[in-house]
Design a protein around this ligand. Sequence first.
Ligand SMILES: CC(C)(COP(=O)(O)OP(=O)(O)OC[C@H]1O[C@@H](n2cnc3c(N)ncnc32)[C@H](O)[C@@H]1OP(=O)(O)O)[C@@H](O)C(=O)NCCC(=O)NCCS
Length: 99
Amino acid sequence: MAWDGDRLVGMSGTKVVGSAGSGYIWFAGVDRAYRRRSIALAMKVLTMEWALSRGLVRMTASHNAASQGIVSLNRKLGFKTTAARQYVTRGLWPWMRNT
Ligand SMILES: CC(C)(COP(=O)(O)OP(=O)(O)OC[C@H]1O[C@@H](n2cnc3c(N)ncnc32)[C@H](O)[C@@H]1OP(=O)(O)O)[C@@H](O)C(=O)NCCC(=O)NCCS
């Protein structure tokens, strides 16, 4: 978490996955008023340092490909796109409530 005094201005979520020494960053968000001040960059670097200190050797992140900011940031941090996992989406119809 990133704070400006008592104001929460950024959050990033990380978890350890499986036993393969891998970490996963599943979320990063920064208050609009605080963007482009390297807050997300700092949170991610700290997260990776934390992971390294826990003995992890790999970090995976997922991001919304439509979010130019996170795509650029992850690229800047050296993350490479893989096709290992894809998210699928669909609409929900009212009749599904009864099934
Ligand atoms: C994506 C997000 C987390 C970036 O946070 P931030 O604190 O503004 O990012 P930083 O200041 O650390 O940016 C570091 C680098 O990332 C890239 N970057 C960040 N925002 C960018 C944008 N809007 N467009 C292009 N590049 C961007 C730049 O390379 C930037 O370095 P620079 O400022 O020296 O050019 C923030 O815009 C956000 O919360 N977006 C909405 C939520 C979201 O989409 N989260 C990701 C889904 S998991």
